[in-house]
Design a protein around this ligand. Sequence first.
Ligand code: KG4
Ligand code: ZN
Length: 390
Amino acid sequence: MKILSIETSCDDTCIAIIEVFDKKKPFFKVLASIVSSQVKIHKKWGGVYPTMAKREHQKNLTLVLEEALTKVGLLRKLELSLDKKSVGVLKKVLEREGDLFKKMTKFFAVKGKPDIEAIALTIGPGLEPCLWSGINFAKSLSFWWNLPIIPVNHIEAHIFANWLKISNENIKVKFPAVCLVVSGGHTQLILMEKIGSYKILGETRDDAAGECLDKVARIIGLGYPGGPVIAAEAMKFKTSNSRFQIKLPRPMLNQKNYDFSFSGLKTAVLYDFKSRPVKIRRLKSYIQEISFETQQAVIDVLLNKTKKAARNYKAKTIILGGGVVANKELRKQFQKAFLKEGLKLLLPEPIFSTDNAVMTGIAAYFHSSEIKNWKEIAANANLNITGNEI
Ligand code: KG4
Ligand code: ZN
């Protein structure tokens, strides 16, 4: 079974084609995974502007689709005169998607239906204008090629990013599992009782961890996205060389709940930065030390709360997902901590930690009985994982 998946919940235009072989257990093969990054556009602003991100999705979607289909050899040539009635439907579906209608009519006139069985589609949570671009694009494909759509929850997809490795290495996942999904938009601790059965244990009350790193990078004059640049600066710092003795808070670390709060950490960085003379603020050694301390504060809170949840819920497996999990230091410290606890820790490959559509396709496989007609599909910016029972 081949699945074409579409993910536009934030600022990356992602399309993938996966093949699923499901004899006894599913085996996932990535045929194509294209991620068109908008980093250059959002860099100037130090964060994602939803309307600008939507415009970029509209520009990129057809190109990314063509690239994915070409890679898999599924782009069939065709000479078709489009019938007026169908074009009318297409126009209505894409009426809010800028010139995507023009692009799609051109595309459908010369490209035939590929050998695909279903479309996997992120419908939430995420930035609503961005979600809608991917959704309307998917609806046009579903209508034109007569393909079913399987709606996908983006948070659950981040968890399912691990199933690539699980299926390839034949890993048996023992439940309950405690999942930490930590990205630019979300920070959630989730109890997974089995595939498709979730309980949210805690989440951030303000900024997500990735959002905090992005904001800190902006304050201290580093680029966007903040996570990778802070990680690169932090790596250059050695604790024995501490010149500035920076001590940042670990918000909510000792509270009994599983919630997080990262906006205070960002404010603490702002105060420290502003309290320094300009010549110190520009010093490499200062930037490296404050980056290290920020990264460590984030890791300390995430690791401590995950350990506590694992103990209290008698977890047998720990599953991580989301862009911040691409962080090498975080991976190292989680690996060390859970090896000590004797628990299996699952980490997606860094390229499948950040947004991608492969994870969307895998999530769709597990929800393949939930096929929807394109007319029934809508974006839900606040979609909750607990409503996702299989
Ligand atoms: O999952 P993702 O690609 O998009 C969302 O769903 O939000 O996560 C993006 C976030 C950004 O905040 C980015 O700064 C962070 O992940 N990130 C990292 C690293 N790579 C990306 N944070 C820490 N270390 C990294 N290496
Ligand atoms: Zn994400």
